[in-house]
Design a protein around this ligand. Structure first.
Ligand code: BGC
Length: 740
């Protein structure tokens, strides 16, 4: 067909224009191919993308578009970022714009044990398996970021979220968090270590201002985050709700100074949900993505709500009118694009898997290995499966669903094996009977709902059942209800709730053959301890809980877990509580961490207070001896490695594992110091009657303290001691050495 000359000219000019626009904008190819994804290549690609993004598109990437996602840029093919809680399982789908679940039928997952249990395994290889298998589930559920792990240090047994964290010791938490992160990220899923920083209680978490010394900050509260960043290469980190030195932690100067500058974190800082309070501070001090609980970041509803977030329209306006530099948003977008290339656009990531046999196996392995045998008078445990005996399992926790409640870490597992079910399936000959004994009411996030059943009848029935049984296993402790082990507020009492103590005392009157399965994520008051012959600390174990408990109760698995935090005898024996209200929970505005660096066993040791159960403690069905403890030399300089070698012998009559712990202390020092601090450990598995030689290596430089005079680490010269044992209060050998 003949085209008129005039039309030809118009078509020509149009084509020229389009070519010019494309050339000017140089729209980059977003996808990367396998083998291309080198750091330099990706960084160059990010440069080319930032060059063509509009300011509006950039700002849109820095805040939520829904409860758990942020916007991509459709015209360029930049995907959205999808996140999910949490540390021990992938949370069910939540509605786009509200906290209700989305009602999906294909989002049931494997619930792995809560992180306290993982810490109690003292097994970094298992932490890696845990992370990898959990990451596979997150990938299958098409997430980019998994909102965990939590590494806030266990400071008080009242903290409602301790069960989500890795205990009271910075070395243990650091050692366990790194392999967990690597395991998750191997799937092309970003771990998001949280909550940075000093979110050590839930009470007043959204406003309390923490005052803490620089030493405690660097030596106790930051090391696990630092390890996550520098050794785990974590791709995301979450801010916290509380304040530190008067400034909200999500946009605190420490994010910019310590995290991003000193530690070189190149990932994305995600706010906690509604923890941003200022556009300017958020822009300047490090938070890269603002997520929210309410719909305008403050908790009220308006139309077009996400546009009201601090890093939305107010941010855009401030850049447009020159109050804030565009470089600030560019840095945030650069980090977000890096995250997207590490996750969604990662050409190497697999497809993930959900609820595989392997996932269930790993969940059970972690659960069984993290269970801690606290007391075993007259070899009460393991309990034989004998014809003709009756085991009464008494207590609500025998059947209570522990993946429900607790706040954002709540899960919807495909199944959850209760302790009762696990025991019933394992015990084929003995008769298992159950009665509730007490009832606590439903798990509700932010309210306490009273129990519906008649407590007196439950009590009377429990005594009747206990009378007739040969053995009583009491399954109690705390649960995931508000004011127990739950997000949003703290516990209010150290003693066991729901009348359990009275019930145990009464059961003891009718049956002295009494053992306790203690389901908690926290230390509890143990006035009832003398009434029991055996106590097993079972934590919250997820999908395979009942099987893992039965594994240990029956002796199929020999317990090898060790406590990742100290159990005080009295609440005020705990350091934070011993300084009164200003130390815990604070006065409603401020709080001072008066115990300073003396957290957990550092306090018990140094002040010579006997704990109920010490950090690092846990029994076995076997017995171990530690002998021939030797150090490679007597004097070290800062570049040396201190190698401690020892023999471990299994003198019992079955296989098992022992955790040898190496602590270091410096008795004479120019700064205050704890008697000793954990610097290494090794978990050693041994057949009965066998012996192994093992070692722990410590970098001499890791014995440095944080020197506030120079705001850096200093290695003090002089005499130190090594303490080697199988619990912080059971030291078998003390060896002197010199740092010169
Ligand atoms: C919690 C975070 C969690 C987020 C999203 C917040 O309330 O503190 O740990 O990841 O909610 O559910």
């Amino acid at each position: 067909m003949r085209v008129p000359f005039k039309k030809n000219i118009i078509v020509f000019i149009l084509c020229l224009n389009i070519t010019c626009i494309l050339a000017q904008n140089k729209i980059p190819k977003i996808q990367v191919e396998k083998g291309e994804a080198t750091t330099a290549f990706i960084e160059a690609k990010i440069d080319s993308i930032i060059a063509v993004l509009t300011l509006e598109e950039k700002v849109a990437m820095t805040h939520a578009q829904s409860k758990f996602s942020t916007k991509g840029v459709a015209r360029l093919g930049i995907p959205e970022v999808w996140m999910s809680d949490g540390p021990h399982g992938v949370r069910e789908e939540i509605s786009w714009d509200a906290w209700e679940n989305a009602g999906w039928s294909n989002d049931s997952i494997t619930a792995f044990p809560a992180l306290t249990c993982l810490a109690a395994t003292f097994n970094p290889e298992l932490a890696n398996k845990y992370g990898y298998n959990l990451g596979e589930e997150a990938r299958y559920r098409e997430k980019d970021v998994l909102l965990g792990p939590g590494v806030n240090i266990y400071r008080t047994p009242f903290n409602g979220r301790n069960f989500e964290y890795l205990g009271e010791d910075p070395f243990l938490a650091s050692t366990m968090v790194v392999p967990y992160i690597k395991g998750i990220q191997e799937n092309g899923i970003a771990a998001c270590v949280k909550h940075f920083a000093l979110n050590n209680q839930e009470h007043w978490r959204d406003k309390i201002n923490v005052e803490v010394s620089d030493r405690a900050l660097h030596e106790i509260y930051l090391p696990a985050f630092k390890a996550a960043v520098q050794k785990g290469n974590v791709w995301a980190l979450m801010g916290a709700y509380n304040k530190f030195r008067g400034q909200y932690t999500t946009h605190n100067k420490i994010l910019h100074k310590i995290l991003k500058t000193d530690w070189g974190f190149d990932g994305v800082v995600i706010s906690d949900w509604s923890s941003v309070h200022s556009t300017k501070e958020a822009a300047l001090y490090g938070v890269d993505m603002e997520m929210g609980t309410g719909t305008d970041g403050l908790g009220t509803t308006t139309s077009n709500h996400y546009e009201h977030y601090y890093l939305a329209t107010p941010f855009l306006k401030a850049i447009k009118n020159g109050e804030l530099s565009e470089d600030l948003v560019n840095d945030k977008v650069r980090r977000i694009l890096r995250l997207i290339y590490r996750t969604n656009l990662n050409p190497d990531r697999g497809l993930g898997k959900l609820n595989t046999k392997q996932h269930h196996k790993v969940a059970r392995e972690v659960a069984a290995e993290g269970i801690v045998l606290l007391k075993n008078q007259d070899n009460f445990f393991p309990i034989q499966d004998k014809e003709g005996i009756t085991i009464a399992v008494i207590g609500e926790n025998a059947t209570r669903n522990m993946t429900q409640g607790g706040g954002s870490s709540q899960l919807k597992p495909l199944f959850e094996i209760s302790p009762l079910q696990g025991l019933k399936e394992r015990y084929k000959h003995a008769k298992i009977i159950h009665t509730m004994g007490y009832e606590s009411g439903p798990s509700v996030y932010d309210a306490t709902i009273p129990a519906a059943l008649n407590q007196d009848s439950l009590y009377v029935k429990a005594i009747e059942v206990a009378k007739k049984a040969d053995i009583v296993l009491f399954a109690g402790g705390l649960n995931k209800s508000y004011h127990q082990d739950s997000e949003g507020d703290d516990r209010e009492n150290f003693a066991l709730p729901y009348g359990q103590e009275k019930l145990i005392n009464s059961i003891y009157e009718v049956n002295k053959n009494l053992g306790f399965l203690l389901l908690t994520g926290n230390a509890v008051g143990m006035n009832w301890l003398p009434k029991t012959k055996g106590v097993i600390q079972t934590w919250y174990l997820g999908s395979m809980a009942g099987y893992a408990i039965a594994d240990v109760v029956s002796g199929d698995v020999n317990p090898s877990g060790k406590l990742p935090f100290s159990f005080p005898k009295e609440l005020n024996d705990n350091a934070a509580h011993s300084f009164g209200e200003i130390s815990y929970p604070g006065n409603g505005v401020d709080q001072e961490y008066k115990e300073d660096i003396f957290v957990g066993y550092r306090w018990f040791d140094t002040k010579k207070i006997e704990p109920q159960y010490a950090f690092g403690y846990g029994l076995s069905y076997s017995n171990f001896t530690i002998s021939d403890v030797k150090i490679n030399q007597a004097k070290f300089n800062k570049n040396d490695k201190i190698k401690v070698t020892f023999n471990v012998t299994n003198t019992g009559d079955r296989e098992g594992a022992e955790v040898v712990q190496v602590y270091v202390g410096k008795p004479k020092s120019k700064v205050k110091r704890a008697l000793k601090e954990l610097k290494g450990f090794a978990k050693i598995s041994l057949d009965k009657g066998t012996e192994k030689t093992a070692s722990v290596t410590i970098n001499a430089s890791d014995l440095a303290y944080y020197n506030t005079e120079i705001s850096d680490w200093s290695l003090e010269k002089g005499t130190y001691y090594l303490y080697v044992g199988n619990a912080s209060n059971n030291i078998k050998k003390k060896i002197k050495f010199i740092i010169y």
